[in-house]
Design a protein around this ligand. Structure first.
Ligand code: GLN
Length: 286
């Protein structure tokens, strides 16, 4: 069958669930991954065909997309901050909002790193996306990353290798950590922050497939990770160190209160590309 014809069939089959633009983007993502062909190649060679065997493979991918399994898990990879990352059901799929957090950290540290070897800690690293993209862009930095999930760390290690960076990964439960036993110039975290009461807002593809331990917190203790990390930062952030968080869009005010109460200074709250309160920066300077 001509690939062009199969494309129409594939997109039509997906449009009851996805919008046509998204269905089309899935088609080209898979085409590139499975056949190393880009949109332009298909436009230039209209007669390219799929073998029967290829159609079977594509149909099985189609079936899984119809079950709303994220395309990134089906392909086993995604891209984040211009880098390739392996992903699977043990790690959250990196989000564009988190790229904005990385951008913020980098914009404040690209110059500082020239005169200082920054020590950075990412708490709840998951796929390693934050730690690895910081390590890639701050070449003199020493980067550490903690996660409670051993399985996530296996993936994060692979991602560090794929991207040729050195990150020291540590398997540790941050909620059971009393002291980090080192001083860091930057502590960054995108911890679980979705309250159970917000489950209704979470899309089925996320809810059914992504690791709940990376997403959800109890309604009555939604800031549990932030409280703990801020406490650790009080002890383990260097004198002019910076603390960065990705946060729940509905809890910006509560986060400011929390950090103010804990004596943090220069507290900044920023919105993401969607206009939601999404990230914070603070420090302990006098
Ligand atoms: N932003 C993610 C989502 O909405 C949640 C990430 C997190 O809990 N840290 O699915």
């Amino acid at each position: 069958m001509k690939i062009k014809e199969y494309r129409t069939q594939f997109i039509d089959a997906l449009t009851p669930i996805y919008d046509p633009g998204e269905a089309e983007s899935f088609f080209y993502l898979i085409l590139e991954e499975k056949k190393q062909l880009k949109r332009i190649d298909l436009a230039l060679h209209l007669d390219l065909v799929f073998s029967d065997e290829e159609i079977l493979i594509w149909n099985s991918i189609l079936e899984q997309l119809l079950k709303e399994i994220p395309v990134q898990y089906l392909l086993g990879k995604t891209s984040f901050y211009g880098l390739d990352f392996e992903v699977n059901e043990n790690v959250l799929i990196p989000r564009p909002e988190t790229e904005e957090l990385v951008e913020w950290v980098l914009s404040n540290n690209l110059i500082i790193q020239k005169s200082k070897n920054l020590k950075i800690l990412d708490i709840g690293t998951g796929s390693g996306c934050i730690a690895i993209s910081l390590a890639k862009n701050l070449q003199n930095a020493q980067v550490f990353a903690i996660d409670v999930s051993e399985k996530a760390l296996v993936t994060a290690q692979k991602n560090a290798k794929i991207n040729a960076v050195k990150v020291t990964f540590i398997n540790q439960n941050i909620l059971e950590t009393e002291d980090l036993r080192q001083q860091f110039d930057i502590i960054v975290s995108n911890p679980p922050y979705v309250r159970n009461l917000e489950k209704e807002e979470i899309k089925k593809n996320v809810l059914d497939n992504e690791p709940h331990m990376a997403l959800f917190v109890e309604d009555n203790d939604a800031l549990i990770f932030y409280k703990k990390i801020a406490e650790l930062a009080q002890k383990n952030l260097s004198e002019d160190g910076q603390l960065y968080f990705e946060i729940n869009q509905y809890l910006g005010k509560e986060m400011i209160d929390l950090l103010e109460k804990m004596n943090f200074k220069n507290i900044e709250l920023r919105k993401d590309i969607y206009g939601n309160d999404r990230m914070m920066k603070a420090d302990l300077s006098l």
